[in-house]
Design a protein around this ligand. Structure first.
Ligand code: ZN
Length: 271
């Protein structure tokens, strides 16, 4: 039997009265648990397996099994307030959904655990605007998994990567080359047949600030909405490039053309 803190990622009914819960736990990563009788009002799990809370769970640990039996469940940190506001609720769901889709089962991932708990705390306390908390989580997730785009320097050679055209605040950028590029590396990548575009400097700068901001460290002022939407566009497209699965929410958000192209920035509805 093991006992661990966990956050519910998804739950679905199982047989007449039971529940299957996919949770992300601090020491065991993503695990599938069967809560027998959870739908019965007298069950010890009734009303425990809720979204966004930090739970204290005890289960019969059988590595390799798809479902393990949940034996005990308590709420350690209640964040029910997240569900009271639609935008906060969606932001929290996007963070949990990313962990559910992108983290392999049974693999401990302490960094992601810490970042997910922090994101949910920020949403519950309103420490920062909902979407800013999620975008910060997504960037942190990319960093945790070694696929965060280069934001400040060239992804290929590590040198400075200033805007090639001084009259335009845009740097060379290629998702498939790992992010921001200096002009010589961008030319080389293009010659090799890679897709290279450009990205506005304000988006790269905001992303790098958001990533550096630790809970104790420097606070950045909330981003203004148009910049936040473009930052979200940048991060979602990068996630989309790297992950094999696309969530419904991401699909809907990305149904709009890239919000960071020169053309989009010229049109008033996106800027
Ligand atoms: Zn370079």
């Amino acid at each position: 039997m093991v006992r661990d803190e966990a956050i519910l990622l998804r739950r679905f009914p199982y047989s007449e009265s039971s529940l299957v819960a996919r949770v992300f736990s601090r020491r065991y990563g993503k695990v599938g648990l069967l809560a027998r009788g959870a739908h019965r009002p007298k069950s010890r799990f009734y009303c425990v397996l809720d979204h966004f809370d930090t739970l204290e769970l005890e289960w019969r640990h059988q590595p390799g099994r798809e479902l393990m039996e949940l034996r005990r469940g308590d709420i350690k940190s209640r964040r029910a307030v997240i569900a009271n506001d639609l935008e906060t609720y969606r932001a929290g769901s996007v963070a949990c959904e990313l962990v559910d889709l992108a983290c392999p089962t049974g693999q401990p991932d302490h960094g992601t655990w810490t970042r997910l708990s922090r994101c949910l705390d920020e949403l519950a306390t309103g420490a920062r605007p909902a979407w800013e908390a999620t975008v910060a989580f997504e960037l942190g997730f990319l960093e945790e998994h070694g696929i965060c785009p280069a934001l400040e320097r060239c992804a290929a050679c590590g040198c400075d990567a200033p805007a090639p055209n001084p009259s335009e605040a845009r740097a060379c950028f290629s998702a498939s080359c790992g992010g921001r590029l200096c002009q010589p590396c961008a030319d080389e990548a293009r010659d090799a047949g890679r897709r290279v575009g450009t990205m506005p400097l304000d988006v790269l700068d905001a992303a790098s600030k958001l990533l550096r901001r630790s809970p104790e460290g420097e606070r950045i002022t909330p981003l203004d909405t148009p910049l936040l939407v473009r930052l979200k566009d940048f991060v979602e497209r990068f996630l989309d490039h790297h992950l094999e699965v696309r969530t419904k929410a991401r699909g809907e958000f990305l149904a709009v053309a890239d919000r960071n192209t020169r053309a989009a920035l010229r049109s008033p509805e996106h800027s």
